[in-house]
Design a protein around this ligand. Structure first.
Ligand SMILES: *Cc1c(COP(=O)(O)O)cnc(C)c1O
Length: 341
């Protein structure tokens, strides 16, 4: 298989069309057989439920080339499971987990020429998603759905080293108690757009959202979970049922405990105690961990000991160990690496 000739290090994070995508339709109460297609466009009725009432969910994961030249994905079974949870919450028919894995495998294999080579730092981003496709005007779930998976190559997240981020405490809320914060739905992102555009306009990289009931506890950013390091090198992550259960964060906690021998704590984290932490990171598929150097709470600056130049030592160790596991340089826990070809 001939790899595409691309400047892998410099392709950035933007949609680039690849050759094949997977499509399966749900109609008359059941999922039909899926196919790979070259058609990247979707034609929908003007009154499709997704367009009127935002009935849509998604997932995000990556395929990459390991040191011994295999193409693999990282824990896709957890994406499959999480998508079932998202579907149930929005009254959508879950796409079977085994078929999700098969769809991911087929699309990645069909686009293997776009999987960046080992060592480039680039990856093939995989986007499974599902939406209500038939026309609905009275408010109710659709009867017909489409499940799709496309891929797009993305460049290394930290080109020229990880620069710590400056984030602000947001005046907007992300998720309501008993709302939809714990599922991966487009609706959670639509309402975060204004907050992120205004954060960027004011010179911040991201928003730190607080719990909307009391506005005293740390939740997450628009698309990544928090991880903090205490003075005595304990890992702390906020526990809340309104944050999205990040697969990266769950994997990092496991790595901290079982590979690095660190103590980990999942508990409520108050904004008030954030200045006591020495390192802070944001966890998600895109970057694994992005270091945070500074949190600004309405003019009051919280600066982490790790500073604004590089990742702190513990977050660096977590990053190196997890990426080492992903690329086949460090032995992975059983079932974490899904071999595609
Ligand atoms: C996808 C997502 C994350 C990160 O989850 P991963 O499984 O680690 O990629 C975190 N927060 C939100 C709101 C998300 O949508």
């Amino acid at each position: 298989m001939e790899k595409k000739q691309m400047d892998w290090e410099n392709i950035g994070f933007a949609y680039r069309m690849t050759e094949k995508r997977y499509v399966a339709n749900y109609k008359d109460g059941k999922w039909g057989e899926g196919v790979l297609t070259e058609d990247a466009n979707i034609v929908l009725n003007e009154c499709a439920c997704v367009l009127q009432y935002a009935q849509t969910i998604f997932e995000g994961l990556k395929a990459y080339t390991t040191k011994d030249d295999h193409i693999v994905a990282f824990r896709p079974d957890l994406n499959a499971k999480r998508m079932v949870d998202s579907a149930k919450r929005l009254e959508m028919p879950p796409f079977p987990e085994d078929r999700f894995l098969e769809a991911v495998r087929q699309v990645v294999e069909a686009n293997a020429a776009y999987v960046p080579p080992f060592g480039s730092g680039a990856t093939l981003y995989i986007r499974p998603y599902m939406f209500g496709s038939n026309s609905v005007i009275g408010v109710k779930p659709a009867d017909e759905y489409q499940f799709r998976v496309f891929t797009t190559p993305v460049g290394p997240y930290f080109k020229g080293g990880a620069k710590p981020l400056t984030i602000r405490v947001s005046d907007f809320d992300r998720a309501a108690p008993r709302g939809t914060g714990d599922i991966k739905a487009g609706l959670n992102y639509a309402m975060s757009l204004h907050a992120i555009v205004s954060a960027h306009a004011e010179g911040y990289d991201e928003n730190m959202y607080l719990d909307s009931a009391t506005r005293t506890k740390v939740e997450e950013t628009g698309g990544a979970n928090f991880l903090f390091v205490t003075k005595d090198n304990k890992i702390v992550t906020p526990h809340s049922n309104t944050i999205l259960p990040s697969i990266t964060r769950r994997s990092l906690l496991y790595v901290a405990e079982h590979y690095l021998g660190l103590e980990v704590e999942e508990r409520e984290v108050y904004l008030e105690e954030v200045p006591e932490f020495v390192e802070c990171g944001l966890c998600g598929t895109a970057a694994v961990i992005s270091p945070v150097g500074k949190v600004v709470d309405h003019g009051k600056e919280i600066c982490f000991q790790s500073g604004m130049e590089k990742m702190g030592p513990t977050i660096q160790k977590l990053y190196d160990t997890l990426t080492g596991i992903q690329y086949g340089e460090i032995e992975a826990p059983k079932g974490w690496i899904y071999r595609i070809c």
